[in-house]
Design a protein around this ligand. Structure first.
Ligand code: FAD
Ligand code: MLT
Ligand code: ZN
Length: 452
């Protein structure tokens, strides 16, 4: 291996480990978390292909985000170089030290924190071994969207840091799509919380993408991350939209040529489901079976199945026509929120109580994504009504760990409200990145980031 290392010069500004450093690490991690054992170090210094070999004298095993943060804060202040290490299955020499870097090994951070069967969202620590996650989800009737040959050893934190592709990418896409959030510790020990159990969140820069595939060069992926597991039976579902009766009324009253495909009984909610599979007969059978089952189980009270493409597009016209119908009805206060599905409609009802007869409060949106479009329709814009709505709507969303912009973005309207959805440290990091790329701030000023 000598020839590979010989091409790189050790950066002379990095310090060399001393006795005080080791004592400090023992203070924060305990004796067990500080590994100086030669055999252990020999393995950790060598990569999976036995092609690269470092000469680190120290391996640290943190058990929590806080410990990772303390390690990095100290190493940063002492100018000690660090190599984050997961399962050490990487194939490009990224996971082992080149010289005497301190190895931060993530194996002990291997807890599954939560799994939500409704949303398919898994939260776990960065050191979880991929195969354990695959088995865990399989037992719950779900599929991990990532699988690769190294699954028995590689860790999810390592997978994210390498943006591992693997065997299921063609079906489920890359980790950029499947990782919904991350918690990362930066080089200076700052913890950046980019978590949130939301499928949709358009409140500014999606910083987690900087870390996906950053190969441990920007931060250490720690305590939790969120994967979007796929429901085994959901393979043909392509849309799951909802509208309430007030949304339907708006469309029927304000748009031409819209007809309710159901008998005129008023239902509180309507769901529009679309499936797209590769076998039409099979897909139809599956959808009919689902409708029947849902009727029998009392989940739905009526339903209509589009018989052809024209009917399907007329069903879509009802859902897609809501924004236009709202515009025709008068002034609109529009909110685009990500919320836990079970809480979603509570906000609409609370808003109705708050505003009583002064406005028409409607709810519709992308139920399958946990994305509510709360729209408040009035004859004309009125500051009195606005103060009834804001900041209440943002506070409510923040209290329920939602996002104040699921898909529409922050723009000018919500730039100053960003803190309802993002921690201060994350906003500061966004501002630093903006400053780096646009030092004079000439691009779309006053948008996205807070401006006063
Ligand atoms: P490591 O090898 O320990 O580290 C890899 C990189 O990530 C290093 O730069 C390291 O510093 C960094 N890192 C590790 N953990 C963290 C963390 N928590 N925070 C920040 N940085 C971290 N790759 C594919 O993409 N597709 C494949 O199909 C595939 N198949 C493979 C099959 C085999 C048999 C083997 C041996 C490897 C394969 N790989 C594949 C490569 C490798 O398994 C992946 O890159 C894997 O994602 C690495 O995970 P790990 O936990 O072993 O990370
Ligand atoms: C929609 O889902 O209809 C669009 O996001 C527009 C809207 O929210 O009004
Ligand atoms: Zn929408």
């Amino acid at each position: 291996f000598g020839s590979l290392a010989a091409k790189v010069q050790r950066n002379p500004s990095f310090s060399t480990l001393n006795y005080d450093d080791i004592s400090y690490f023992k203070e924060i991690l305990g004796e067990k978390g500080v590994i100086e054992d030669e055999e252990w170090l020999a393995t950790a210094n060598t990569d999976w292909m036995h092609k690269y070999k470092g000469s680190s004298k120290l391996l640290l095993q943190p058990r929590s985000t806080e410990e990772v943060s303390q390690i990095l804060k100290y190493c940063n202040s002492r100018c000690l170089a660090v190599v984050p290490q997961g399962g050490n299955t990487g194939l490009v020499g990224g996971s082992v030290p080149v010289f005497d870097e301190v190895i931060v090994n993530m194996s002990l951070m291997n807890n599954i924190i939560s799994f939500d069967k409704v949303s398919g969202i898994l939260v776990c620590e960065g050191g979880c071994i991929l195969e354990n996650l695959i088995t865990f989800l399989d037992n719950q009737g779900f599929i991990m969207p990532l699988d690769l040959g190294a699954k028995g050893s590689c860790q999810i934190g390592g997978n994210v840091s390498t943006n591992a592709g693997g065997l299921r990418l063609v079906r489920y896409g890359s980790l950029h799509g499947n990782v919904l959030g991350l918690e990362v510790v930066l080089a200076d020990g700052n913890v950046i919380d980019m978590l949130g159990t939301l499928r949709k969140d358009n409140t500014g820069y999606d910083l987690k993408h900087l870390f996906i595939g950053s190969e441990g060069s920007l931060g250490i992926v720690t305590k939790k991350l969120l994967m979007e597991a796929k429901r085994k039976l959901g393979e043909i579902l392509s849309a799951f939209e909802f509208l309430d009766s007030k949304s339907l009324d708006l469309v029927l009253n304000h748009l031409d040529g819209v007809r309710n495909p159901l008998p005129p009984t008023v239902h509180k909610f309507y769901i529009l489901i679309e499936t797209t599979g590769s076998d039409e007969t099979y897909d139809r059978q599956k959808l009919e079976g689902f409708l029947l089952h849902a009727m029998e189980a009392g989940l739905i009270s009526d339903g209509a199945l589009a018989q052809d493409i024209n009917q399907a597009s007329s069903f879509w016209h009802i859902r897609e026509g809501i924004p236009e119908a709202l515009m025709k009805a008068g002034a609109v206060y529009k909110y685009d929120l990500s919320l836990p599905v079970e809480k979603m409609y509570d906000l609409v009802e609370e808003m109705r109580t708050r505003l009583s007869d002064s406005a028409n409060v409607v709810g519709y949106g992308h139920l399958g994504d946990g994305n509510l479009h709360l729209n408040i329709s009035t004859a004309q814009y009125d500051d009195g009504i606005l103060t009834q709505i804001e900041p209440f709507v943002y506070e409510w969303t923040s209290k329920h760990h939602g996002s104040i912009s699921a898909e529409h973005g922050l723009g000018l309207m919500k730039a100053n409200e960003i803190f309802y959805s993002k921690p201060t440290a994350t906003v500061s990091l966004m501002a630093s990145i903006k400053k780096m790329l646009d030092p004079k701030g000439i691009l779309n000023p006053y948008k996205v980031l807070p401006h006063s």
